[in-house]
Design a protein around this ligand. Structure first.
Ligand code: VG1
Ligand code: CO
Length: 550
């Protein structure tokens, strides 16, 4: 190891620009084979570094979810960050950091930003996906203006720069010095655990576990396993049998780390048994999503944020309530009702966590959520899977109530929003784009048209104006609202790596408690058929049934 404080030598490599490096909903995601093309990753990283023009002496946080290519990409990014002038790199041990833990480190260490290596819930392994996100000094993902500027920069990249460094040993925590560069390898869990201990009543939760309540958590061989072992297992006393698939693996052990009732069927089945645990949960590859289940019960993510808001004051970190809340536009409007009752604002933002960040930074909101199994708060600037699990444990322990009973009483008070998302895989991306284009064009003419028992009362192409900085984001999905207050939303996914995925979001409000225990699929079946006919899915994409229902 070189301990002299000298400048590192850098090397410049010529390259030709790739035309396809636009970031999607959350960073750049590509098939591993695409990202491994010569100079592909390097060109993109250089475009980010050029756009940011890091100050000399900058510090950056770097870590990933441990998927295939994480170990290779991280060494490249370290060299490039050092060549761009960063002199302090904070790296998770073994290159591992969950997305929320990385966001927290950027904030608490006052870093100039961070690279998060993940394709989230997308499949891993050599034939799977890889991805990179860049987060700002606030800890939040780069906003649209920055990602647009990075895309422009990728089209002009003709060279990138690497510092001459040996292959770094990331396996041991501690500080390494290489010339003027300091590489600090940190335990991935420590700082995150401290934050959780401040927010939640660990004593109460531990008592709840000791008194016989059972918790099952599935890390899906993604990044959350080590966090769950330390926090749920060692600190709170969840039994080892309750902690499943906790070792991060490059291919997620063949599992698909997407916490939803299809990919986590085994948890749904477990909760259907008479021996169901009091709480079952899973997270995704990078640890920012959560799925919560209880005895014979699965909590819909839109309900989760609504119920957490209604019970927030039971957790020490939220005992004074929150100034406001937000949900992504397609997310169910259940939280709007609780916010109205509490007399606090509820903002509707485009899909993608980055749109919450200005509101969080300005302290306009303290809690937010997305239908895609994402919930979070002002404690960090990413959604946070394990945080949601701890919040729910805290609420159930404090109220001494079961999850299904809490949900039933919430619905009695506020009514129930039946909710489902239907995804349609469209192999030809151009056809998906044409379908959305037609919907956008025809949306205004839909008003007055009959849809089943109801009439369409309004429809639009959602355009968001950020209340903090006034920036506008257009074409964020088509909303169709019926006169019985049912709602259909259409948008294309921005995280896939092949073809197009049309997401159709269905929601129906039911105030009558006698009708709160119905089957969601049955309640929404007719609305789903209306949606397919409105969007002319068969005409655009061929005979179609949803490829995924969550
Ligand atoms: C999806 C979800 C969105 C989420 C995004 C990133 O995006 O719908 O709510 O913010 O993934 O989450 P899209 O564009 O495919 O619908 V993660 O956990 O993949 O970083
Ligand atoms: Co994720």
């Amino acid at each position: 190891m070189n301990t002299e404080s000298t400048s590192l030598r850098t090397r410049t490599v010529a390259c030709t620009p790739y035309a396809d490096q636009r970031m999607g909903t959350a960073g750049l995601r590509r098939k591993v084979a695409v990202l491994r093309q010569p100079h592909y990753l390097e060109s993109f990283i250089q475009a980010v570094l050029d756009t940011l023009s890091l100050r000399q002496g900058a510090s950056l946080v770097i870590g990933g979810d441990g998927r295939f290519f994480n170990d290779v990409a991280i060494q490249t990014i370290i060299r490039m960050a050092a060549a761009a002038g960063a002199t302090h790199l904070i790296v998770g041990r073994d290159g591992l950091l969950s997305t929320p833990a990385a966001s927290n480190l950027i904030r608490t260490r006052r870093a100039d930003g961070g690279f998060l290596l993940t394709a989230s819930h997308n499949p891993g392994g050599p034939s799977g996906d890889f991805g990179v996100k860049f987060n700002m000094p606030t800890g939040g993902q780069a906003p649209e203006q920055v990602t647009d500027a990075v895309f422009e920069a990728t089209k002009r990249i003709h060279a990138y720069h690497l510092a001459d460094l040996p292959l770094l040993d990331l396996a041991r925590t501690g500080v390494q010095r290489h010339g003027q560069l300091t590489v600090e390898i940190v335990d991935p869990v420590d700082a995150y655990q401290q934050l959780m201990e401040k927010l939640f009543d660990f004593e109460r939760i531990a008592h709840w576990i000791r008194s016989g309540h059972r918790v099952v958590f599935d890390g899906m061989h993604g990044i959350t396993g080590p966090y769950a072992q330390r926090i749920l297992g060692e600190a709170l006393g969840v039994s080892p049998e309750g902690l499943m698939h906790t070792r991060p693996l490059p291919d997620f052990g063949g599992l698909h780390p997407d916490p939803n009732p299809v990919d986590c069927r085994h948890l749904v089945d477990l909760c259907a048994l008479p021996t169901a645990p009091d709480l079952a949960a899973a997270s995704d590859g990078d640890g920012d999503r959560n799925m919560i289940l209880g005895p014979a019960f699965m909590l819909s993510p839109g309900d989760s944020v609504a119920m957490l808001l209604a019970n927030a004051r039971l957790a020490p970190g939220y005992r004074y309530g929150v100034p406001g809340v937000a949900r992504s536009m397609p997310t169910s409007r259940a939280v709007d009702r609780v916010a109205a009752q509490l007399g606090i604002p509820c903002f509707e933002t485009p899909t993608g966590w980055r749109y919450f960040c200005n509101l969080l930074e300005a302290n306009r909101i303290g809690l937010c959520g997305e239908e895609s199994f994402g919930t979070g708060s002002s404690h960090t600037r990413e959604k946070d899977g394990l945080w949601a699990v701890l919040f729910w444990m805290n609420v159930l322990a404090a109220r001494e109530i079961s999850l299904p009973a809490l949900a039933a009483s919430h619905w009695r008070e506020h009514g129930r929003h039946y909710y489902q998302r239907h995804d349609y895989e469209i192999p030809d991306a151009a056809r998906g784009a044409a379908l959305m284009e037609e919907l956008r064009r025809t949306a205004p003419q839909l008003v007055g048209r009959r849809a089943g028992d109801a009439c369409i009362s309004w429809a639009d192409d959602f355009c968001y104006r950020d209340p903090v900085d006034g920036s506008e984001s257009a074409h964020q999905g088509v909303r169709v609202v019926l006169d019985d207050d049912s709602r259909i939303v259409f948008r294309l996914s921005g995280t896939g790596t092949a073809g197009a995925t049309l997401r159709v979001y269905l929601e129906r409000y039911e105030p009558d408690p006698a009708r709160h225990a119905l089957d969601t699929t049955a309640v929404l079946a007719a609305l789903g058929r209306e949606a397919a006919s409105l969007a002319r899915i068969t005409a655009h994409a061929g005979p179609a049934a949803p490829t995924m229902i969550v």
